[in-house]
Ligand binder design. Structure first.
Ligand code: SAM
Length: 232
């Protein structure tokens, strides 16, 4: 049996590629975006009352990880990518029906746009539904998960002085908290856990319209090398 679903909107996100997106929402509060609603949800009626809500659940499609054949076991990056686990025990992107869910902060509500932050969503993500976060039902004080018991320990992030100047200039131009965004995302250590980087090896990712390059001067320390306009 199959069912059809269609997006209620699409996310314009600070994240232009999958690499360096935090693995869950709220790990980077400076990660911002806009959820643009599509017809018939873009006339204002569908969001009436939402201004009384601080956070929403987004149900979305992992549109850049869709696969025809469902996986039963996956290798979560959090476990180093070398241990497999039942797909339903993980939040892996490769999953039946490709559906993701994130609680995000609702910054502002407009007729056809929701301004959101703390996101872990790629640019262009199709959103299937939006639901208000309901603290009395959604906070479970006794909940436990020994696979992912706490947020990963953040890695210290240092700046090469010219890179910090570049980031501040781009932040002013974009009117976005770019320095914080870079620090919060890199502190999650986006590198695949199985890689042991040498100091010479450089990594890069695009945030908004800038390319950020960094390296690991020693294990457990990240240094941002440059923040330059992304190639078109
Ligand atoms: N919070 C969601 C959940 O639990 O369903 C997502 C968790 S998933 C582990 C987070 C990762 O999904 C991000 O690090 C990013 O690389 C990836 N991602 C985000 N949006 C995506 C999209 N539209 N298509 C494919 N991958 C995406």
């Amino acid at each position: 049996m199959t069912y059809n679903v269609s997006p209620v909107g699409f996310v314009h996100s600070c994240f232009k590629e999958k690499f360096a997106i935090p693995r869950q929402p709220h790990l980077a509060p400076a990660a911002r975006g806009v959820l643009e609603l599509v017809a018939p949800f873009d006339q204002g009626d569908a969001v009436q009352g939402l201004e009384q809500v601080s956070h929403v659940w987004l149900l979305f499609l992992f549109h850049q990880a869709l696969e025809n054949k469902p996986r039963l076991k996956v290798r979560p990056p959090r476990l180093g990518g070398n241990k497999s686990m039942g797909v339903f025990a993980t939040r892996a992107t490769h999953r039946p029906n490709g559906i993701g869910q994130s609680v995000v902060k609702l910054e502002r509500v407009e007729t056809a746009r929701l301004w959101i932050s703390g996101i872990d969503l790629l640019d262009g993500t199709p959103v299937l539904d939006i639901k208000p976060y309901v603290p009395y039902a959604d906070i479970i004080g006794t909940a436990s998960n020994s696979i992912a018991s706490a947020a990963p320990e953040p890695v210290p992030v240092q700046w090469a002085p010219p890179a910090l100047h570049q980031a501040r200039d781009h932040a002013m131009r974009l009117q976005e908290p770019l320095v914080e965004l870079i620090e919060q995302c890199l502190a999650q250590d986006p590198r695949p856990a199985y890689q042991v980087p040498t100091a010479e090896r450089e990594y890069g990712a695009q945030f908004w319209d800038v390319d950020v390059r960094w390296h690991y001067p020693r294990p457990g320390l990240i240094r941002v090398l440059e923040v330059i306009p992304a190639k078109q």
